[in-house]
Design a protein. Structure first.
Length: 166
């Protein structure tokens, strides 16, 4: 099989992917194909990746830097619900349910991300269904992990507030 030719941007994307633990089970050929469907983004400190309510069209992986995930509370206050660093992902639900963003994400320091758009994901699964399944399995595992963490935090909060049950 001849080597796949990559643009400089795609090569940079592939080298970023090589540094992310989520992709450590992917071989070089898979990462090469994946990099053709992904891109990288540089954010400056204070720059928004997206705003709560925006249309969700991509997910991303933090290669370097720090992002804060902020959610508006019922009384209008901005509450930091997560901080994301190297290896963390954001926006997985956008590829799954196409719903508006559930929070705002802001770079707290210069940040590099690798992103996969919904269109890029659709193309990937069309051209390489097995690789598409592998990516969706990784996303499903991430969502499951996040749901378990959220459930644990909710249980702790309910216990701390004297609510033993719903």
């Amino acid at each position: 099989m001849p080597a796949i030719k990559l643009t400089e941007s795609e090569e940079n994307t592939r080298s970023f992917l090589l540094n992310l633990p989520i992709f450590d089970s992917f071989n070089v050929d898979e990462l090469t194909i994946l990099s053709k469907h992904m891109s990288y983004v540089h954010l400056q400190r204070g720059e928004h990746l997206f705003l709560e309510g925006d249309k969700g069209t991509f997910m991303g992986f933090v290669v370097q830097g720090l992002l804060e995930v902020v959610k508006k509370s019922d009384n209008g206050q901005n509450v930091v619900i997560a901080r994301l660093t190297k290896g963390n992902s954001i926006g997985e639900m956008a590829l799954i349910d196409k719903s508006p963003r559930s929070a705002t994400v802001i770079a707290k320091q210069p940040t590099i991300m690798v992103t996969l758009s919904d269109k890029g994901f659709d193309l990937l699964t069309e051209k390489s269904p097995i690789l598409g399944v592998k990516v969706i399995q990784k996303i499903a595992r991430l969502l499951s992990l996040y749901m378990r963490r959220t459930s644990s935090r909710l249980a702790d909060l309910m216990q701390d507030n004297g609510h033993d049950n719903l």
